[in-house]
Write a new protein. Structure first.
Length: 209
């Protein structure tokens, strides 16, 4: 589990309780998802490399730190992952955004890609994949596979909630990928919803149910 990072900061846990509440409306749900993404981004980017730079302050020259190395790209899994994009951009407005859309084949139950658009220089960037829920892990694993096909070598997965089954699937298929979650729940029900979870994140973000 050394690649699984459960972020148990009190602010995250407080906001997560708001998401779980079935009485939380669309506006508040959407805003809290974005706020949680911002807080999680702070932790998920903790290992970004730094370099020394010299700046002139109003008083004197100073040696300070700036981020060096590869630039960042974020890739939301459509559609629920879109709810996390603005929260990341709050901290890293220069991050480029790719999009990947998946649906589950009704016969094979395997994820099928229906849309994929990436920045031209995606292979030169560190990528964070966004999806509020990590349930079975099928969509997340497929998304990671598709992004690796672009030549990306440094990928992180950011989920607000995860089930143990989803974590196990991603770790089995992609042991090189770090997973960042705010909580790991009990498991999945017979409809593959996370229990206790928070319902369908996409429906609650966009008010479609």
């Amino acid at each position: 589990m050394d690649k699984v990072h459960v972020l148990d900061h009190p602010l995250l846990q407080h906001k997560l309780s708001i998401l779980r509440d079935q009485n939380t409306g669309v506006k508040d749900f959407r805003e809290v998802v974005s706020e949680i993404a911002t807080l999680m981004c702070y932790e998920a980017t903790r290992d970004l490399p730094l370099q020394d730079v010299v700046v002139q302050t109003p008083i004197a020259k100073a040696v300070t730190k700036q981020i060096s190395g590869k630039k960042l790209a974020i890739v939301p899994i459509l559609r629920a992952g879109l709810g996390m994009v603005d929260g990341i951009h709050t901290l890293i407005p220069s991050a480029k955004v790719g999009h990947i859309g998946l649906f589950r084949d009704p016969e094979t139950l395997e994820p099928v890609k229906y849309y994929c658009k990436m920045p031209n220089d995606i292979s030169e960037r560190e990528v964070i994949i966004l999806d509020p829920m990590l349930a079975t892990g099928g969509s997340a694993s497929a998304a990671i596979t598709f992004i690796k096909e672009y030549g990306v070598t440094h990928i992180k997965l950011m989920n607000i909630l995860a089930a143990p089954e989803g974590i196990a699937r991603v770790q089995k298929d992609h042991p090189d990928v770090d997973i960042y979650v705010a909580a790991v729940d009990e498991g999945l029900n017979d409809r593959c919803y996370i229990v206790p979870g928070l319902g369908d994140a996409g429906d609650r973000i966009f008010g479609t149910k």
